[in-house]
Design a binder for this molecule. Structure first.
Ligand code: ZN
Length: 186
């Protein structure tokens, strides 16, 4: 409970993640644009330092973005009210975005190394992974449809979120329908 309160009043950690994302993107783009990096090859004619530094910058930004989504999910889980409904949607959504972007970012270093067969295998791996994320997101939307309706119609106060297990209960409930915890105590 104290952890939830701390995170609720202190959002500085979000700023730190955003700073890492922005700096990584800028460094990747800026260093990747330098002629020195463009002319310095690791594999002659195929893979240069510019591609590698772009890959490092952009993938760091994507990992930080995913971690931000995971942290926000943890905070939302401890949080009742209007935005609690987003808790189960955030991670599949962020994973879908990161996975889709990672396809291009990994290609920065992999494209010169892949032959036609491996390229096809690479494409299929991402197609299946992205579809899996999309299904995960749809299942999360279905599972949270009541809570989402409340969030978007502004009637979140008509339900109580159980502090123990996160289940949404009708506002007049005394005990959680899922775990039985007394809701009036929270
Ligand atoms: Zn419960």
């Amino acid at each position: 409970m104290t952890q939830a309160n701390n995170l609720e009043t202190n959002w500085n950690w979000v700023g730190r993640y955003v700073a890492v994302i922005v700096v990584s993107l800028i460094l990747g783009a800026a260093l990747g644009g330098m002629p020195l990096f463009a002319k310095t090859y690791l594999i002659s004619g195929k893979l240069n330092a510019a591609q590698m530094v772009r890959f490092l910058g952009y993938s760091t930004a994507l990992v930080a973005f995913w971690m931000l989504g995971q942290q926000l999910t943890t905070v939302l889980r401890q949080h009742s009210g209007r935005w609690a409904a987003l808790q189960n949607l955030l991670l599949p959504l962020v994973t879908l975005i990161v996975g889709s972007a990672m396809y291009s970012v990994l290609l920065l270093v992999l494209a010169p190394l892949l032959d036609a067969t491996l390229y096809k295998l690479y494409d299929w791996t991402f197609v299946l992974a992205i579809i899996a994320c999309a299904i995960w997101l749809i299942m999360a939307v279905l599972g949270q449809s009541d809570a989402l309706t409340e969030a978007f119609t502004g009637n979140a106060q008509t339900s109580q979120v159980c502090a123990a297990c996160g289940t949404h209960n009708p506002s007049d409930s005394i005990h959680c329908k899922q775990c039985g915890k007394n809701l009036q105590q929270a």
